[in-house]
Design a protein around this ligand. Sequence first.
Ligand code: SF4
Length: 380
Amino acid sequence: MSDFSQQMASHDWHQVQASFSVISEEQVVTALQKSQQGKSLALDDFKALISPAAAPYLEHMANLSQRFTQQRFGHTTQLFVPLYLSNMCSNICTYCGFSADNKIRRTTLTMAQIEQEALAIKAMGLDHILLVTGESERKVGMSYFEQALGVLAKHFNHISMEVQPLDTEDYVRLAELGVESILVYQETYHREKYAKYHLKGNKSDFDYRLETPDRVGKAGINKLGIGCLLGLEDWRTDAFFVASQLQYLEQKYWQMRYSLSFPRLRPCEGGAPVNSPMSERELVQLICAYRLFNHEVELSLSTRESAVFRDNMLKLGITTMSAGSKTQPGGYANEDKQLEQFSIDDNRSVEQVAAMITDKGYQVVWKDWQTGLNQHLHWC
Ligand code: SF4
């Protein structure tokens, strides 16, 4: 059992969930005053900021979030694009279009197809790619990743991966092959409900997934992204556990950089159960609360959200955005929408998103930090 699993065991889900309704406005004001004075916020302050009692203070939170984000990140926004390598999956997850029980056509990109996709993505001007797959050890395991990275490392300066949880030695190998960032979302921290969403396959092992960030930290990966799938269970309670895991990880693996994402459930093949809907206003509140809680963490917003929403969030805490995304294997050189994992909302091209960022007075960062540069600076 990892330290975080033990820490989590001391928080009963139902008690945490119930505690939000008794948070007072005074607690919210105290958290905001601490934030304004530049003091670090505790987890209890974060809870106050995402509680219903904080809703009337959203404008104040947004102003602070904008200020802290600009102080730390300047007027910049990183852009990246996901490349789905395969929709093969041996797991059954009730909310996902790639679930093994969905009767969809399955495909895995060949190395020649990956090369074609890489060229198409480069032609869009992007230099940061996020590789995504379903979880199929047999078809898309480490040997496939090694081959794929051999192709992609020639084209991209920053490679992130969002694939099945792996062992520490696998992450060490991925770092050697040029992977800079690993993204792994717990989906929900509600242990009992997690079992109801993950019916079959490796992903049904709650603890192995929960301990993945520790294995990533031990492997010396440069950046880790965590989060939960908003809409499965009570979003405030899940967000609290994300914040506590982030705090735990930053203390233990202080060399790593961190990012948070806020995926809200989207329509997909097989139908996604949105048990706990979250409004856009609540999503703004959550993003601003994370920024007030942590000034260093990168906050990423995907094309799951609408163009209008993303445009408005640009100045309020977000540091990273996907653009021009496709959620089927390939999709940039060869489009086959029937194979999508879920439908996106912001369908603008990379060029259009980049123009929006520039119009707002921000600079597009096409490439995240690069290990080679990092090593060079150490050497100097
Ligand atoms: S969420 Fe991931 S593991 Fe689950 S069915 Fe979808 S692709 Fe497979």
